[in-house]
Design a protein around this ligand. Structure first.
Ligand SMILES: *Cc1c(COP(=O)(O)O)cnc(C)c1O
Length: 449
């Protein structure tokens, strides 16, 4: 992407194994999600985008009739240009880029939220970015715009995914817009009704799997390998590319001055992985002068990353050679004890996070920490956000709750600048009702008799 303000198409992007010791590369039109040795892939670019593009991105906020300028993803298209198009060529954009009429990422940006800030014990430096403002109601739309763009590029007719709910809602919405078939594998009975309803409404074919998310993902990947569809889970490297825009929007809002911390809930760890890749690139291109620290928040009941990262034998990226023995022993131990991930925050109820290696790389690059929070803490976090007039779901409540833990233990300082990503909006109406009916909850406003 040797792209600058001069325009013209950049050199082609390609796929590269994330493991530096492996180095396998594939053309960008390849549909695989892993290298020949089974490692995850990065989308890699040949060039170095000019920091002068910051002005171009800002100017596009007056969209001048272009949905790709309206889009909070494609507004930054020079940094996600795996189609290698001339980003100023309106016809090329319309032929190549998939968008929900410019709506993905258009409304999300960092906000100050007084209640949440007080709850977290922060001074004035907390920013929370509600990705629930996306058309399907979660951050997944950022990545899905890019994944569907790649699906179109290689002529896929059917997309396929496993989902804890929001992936299927997003995939279903994009597929319906593009006239593609969509097949989603869900853990039966473990999906918020609002999310499942969206997938049905958008015409997705639902396959109920008797098991948890990890089982559903294994099934869907197997079907995809057999030619049954194009995978749009976050193992897909193009999902990771689109989700970089979450960070771009926040950084732009902060004048490209990085905060001290960026905080995400951790499920399959695609978001944390994407943040890491965005930061590595921005640093390499000279767009940011320092790297914020990354914090990932697991649910106590689904804490594979936290357990391994903070374990007696800590799991690290280790220059691209994470200790496979630690992971194998951990998963085998959980299997033996019959442990299943368990939290009411179903969006992060994941036992085997598919992006673990990419996330370890991000944590190493960005001085990362990993913490856990309980279900009651997440509900408090969710409700503190609600009292500011923003809604978020329980898994997103892990962010203010995790910041609170890290402030209490002195890892995050009260006067630090912190950016927290609220990953999705409330789609389980029963949760806040239940929370507020119980007067013992920190932020509850019980009904009057
Ligand atoms: C998918 C999802 C997550 C988990 O994100 P990962 O990138 O898989 O870690 C968290 N919160 C919400 C609302 C989600 O939809």
């Amino acid at each position: 992407m040797g792209e600058s303000r001069e325009g013209g198409p950049p050199p082609p992007a390609f796929l590269r194994c994330i493991s530096p010791g492996c180095g396998l590369e594939y053309p960008v039109r390849d549909g695989r999600v892993r290298c020949g040795k089974g490692h995850l892939l990065d989308v890699a670019y040949a060039g170095r985008p000019d920091p002068g593009l910051k002005e171009v991105f800002l100017a596009r906020r007056d969209p001048r009739g272009s949905i790709f300028n309206e889009s909070g993803v494609w507004r930054f298209r020079e940094l996600i240009n795996f189609c290698s198009i001339d980003a100023e060529d309106a016809g090329a954009c319309a032929r190549s880029l998939v968008s929900l009429d410019g709506a993905e990422g258009r409304l999300s940006k960092p906000y100050r939220m007084r209640w949440a800030s007080r709850f977290a014990g922060m001074g004035g430096g907390l920013w929370l970015q509600p990705e629930g403002y996306n058309p399907s109601g979660s951050f997944k739309d950022n990545g899905m715009a890019a994944a569907l763009t790649h699906a179109r590029m290689i002529g896929a007719r059917r997309i396929i995914c496993a989902s804890t709910g929001n992936t299927s809602a997003s995939a279903g919405m994009f597929a319906a817009n593009e006239g593609l078939d969509c097949e989603v594998y869900i853990p039966a009975g473990q999906i918020a009704p609002g999310k499942l309803g969206q997938a049905y409404q958008f015409g997705a074919r639902i396959v109920e799997v008797d098991g948890n998310f990890d089982d559903a993902l294994a099934r869907s990947l197997e079907v995809a390998r057999g030619g049954g569809g194009y995978t749009v889970n976050s193992v897909n490297p193009f999902r990771i590319e689109g989700q970089k825009a979450i960070l771009y929007r926040a950084l732009e809002h902060l004048g490209w001055e990085p905060p001290d911390w960026v905080v995400y809930p951790g499920g399959a760890l695609g978001n944390a992985a994407s943040c890491g890749k965005a930061l590595m690139e921005l640093r390499e291109w000279g767009w940011i002068s320092r790297v914020p620290r990354l914090a990932v928040v697991n649910a106590e009941g689904a804490s594979a990353l936290a357990d391994m990262y903070n374990g007696a034998e800590p799991l690290r990226w280790n220059g691209g050679r994470p200790d496979a023995g630690i992971m194998e022993r951990y998963y085998a131990g959980a299997e033996e004890r019959g442990e299943r991930p368990s939290t009411r925050a179903t969006a992060i109820q994941i036992g085997r996070p598919a992006n673990l290696p990419r996330c370890l790389r991000a944590l190493e690059f960005a001085g990362g920490v990993v913490t856990t929070v309980s279900d009651p803490e997440m509900l408090d976090g969710m409700s503190a956000v609600g009292r500011n007039g923003f809604d978020c779901e329980m898994a997103s409540g892990a962010v203010p709750a995790g910041i609170r833990r890290l402030v209490r233990e002195g890892t995050i300082r009260r006067d630090d600048t912190v950016l927290g990503i609220l990953t999705g909006r409330q789609k389980d109406a029963a949760l806040p009702v239940e929370y507020h009916r119980d007067p013992s909850n920190a932020f509850s406003r019980p009904p009057r008799a």
